[in-house]
Design a protein around this ligand. Structure first.
Ligand code: C2E
Ligand code: CA
Ligand code: CA
Length: 302
């Protein structure tokens, strides 16, 4: 319950264990009465719309890439494109501070096209250097509502001659809930064309397993929260194993996100995950640093 309360940003003051002792109850009750409402956390505060428009106009959206490595042979198999905003006074801003705001307007559509253009150009440059990897791109459900998105996307892929099965679109699990028919149709069209689909942040929402078959997902990304407590918590460990078994039964491979330590890597390996991604392997880096990272990774011993 403590984990859950923190996850939902509740104002958590403490816990009491069963059997409940009246003194403990009294203590916690006093704490609750004394505790003020939490202030709005500045780390989740969003940029202003005009700041996002200015960034798009000034070409201040930058794309970083986080390597994804196959567990079986430690080989680099893909990268996830993660955008940042270069702010004139605040420096590099993380997407958590401008994606939600962009989704309130058409800005998310323009932002996504901007990320796609940059990521496609980077993919071609890597390919020309002999680095042949899958490029994963985050797609907000709001973008899929734009009827022109699918054709625009496929035209860009064709213009640059990128094989469609080298592009993977990551969508969060809310997409398979009800009332997303338009978005599901757009994704189905892209899947029929051969573009790969990934179900992102699996385990954080309320996606029911029964609905997974609504789209032909190629990949399931297990949310980082699974691994954060997996080393000490047997239930988490068993949950990962069950997710892997379910994914394999549905013909999906599993990416373990948020691998921060050698212990997390071991859990991913023992539970049967296919691919790992996280700070232990590499933080998100600029496109030009990928080839140097590849060299270092090949020679890394740990
Ligand atoms: P996400 O898709 O779940 O991406 C993974 C996030 O986890 C990234 O945060 C990444 O830097 C972070 N991460 C990677 N390894 C580790 C680790 O070992 N430990 C921990 N604690 N975190 C790790 P980032 O780059 O700040 O992105 C946050 C979210 O913003 C992304 O979450 C994604 O939902 C969204 N986002 C990023 N770029 C785009 C984009 O181009 N379009 C859209 N629609 N959303 C984007
Ligand atoms: Ca993602
Ligand atoms: Ca994720």
């Amino acid at each position: 319950m403590e984990d859950l309360a923190n996850k939902y940003n509740l104002n958590f003051v403490g816990s009491i264990h069963k059997p409940i002792d009246l003194k403990d109850f009294d203590h916690i009750f006093t704490l609750v009465c004394k505790n003020k409402l939490p202030e709005l956390k500045s780390e989740t505060q969003q940029l202003k719309i005009y700041e996002i428009i200015r960034a798009l106009e000034n070409d201040d959206i930058e794309v970083f890439y986080q390597p994804q490595v196959k567990l079986r042979n430690r080989k680099l198999v893909g990268v996830e494109a993660l955008c940042r905003l270069r702010h004139p006074s605040l420096g590099l801003i993380s997407p958590d501070k401008f994606i939600d705001k962009s989704e309130e307007t058409d800005l998310i559509f323009h932002l996504t096209l901007n990320v796609i253009d940059k990521a496609f150009t980077d993919w071609v440059a890597w390919y020309n250097q002999g680095i042949d990897i899958t490029l994963s791109i985050n797609i907000s459900p709001y973008v899929l509502k734009f009827s022109e998105f699918t054709d625009l996307f496929l035209t860009k892929v064709a213009e640059l001659n990128i094989p469609k099965n080298k592009i993977c679109l990551e969508v969060t699990e809310s997409i398979i809930e009800d009332n997303h028919e338009v978005e599901l149709e757009a994704l189905s069209r892209l899947a029929i064309q051969g573009v790969l689909l990934s179900l992102d942040d699996f385990g954080t929402g309320s996606a029911s397993i029964e609905r997974l078959h609504r789209l032909p997902f190629d990949e399931l990304k297990l949310d980082k929260s699974f691994f954060q407590h997996s080393v000490t918590n047997r239930t988490q460990y068993d949950l990962i194993k069950s997710c892997v078994a379910m994914s394999n039964a549905l013909d999906m491979h599993v990416v373990a996100e948020g691998i921060e330590t050698a212990e997390h890597w071991k859990v991913a390996e023992q539970t049967g995950c296919d691919i790992v991604q996280g700070y232990y392997i590499c933080k998100p880096i600029e496109a030009s640093n990928i080839s140097q990272w590849c060299y270092q990774w090949k020679h890394r011993v740990d």
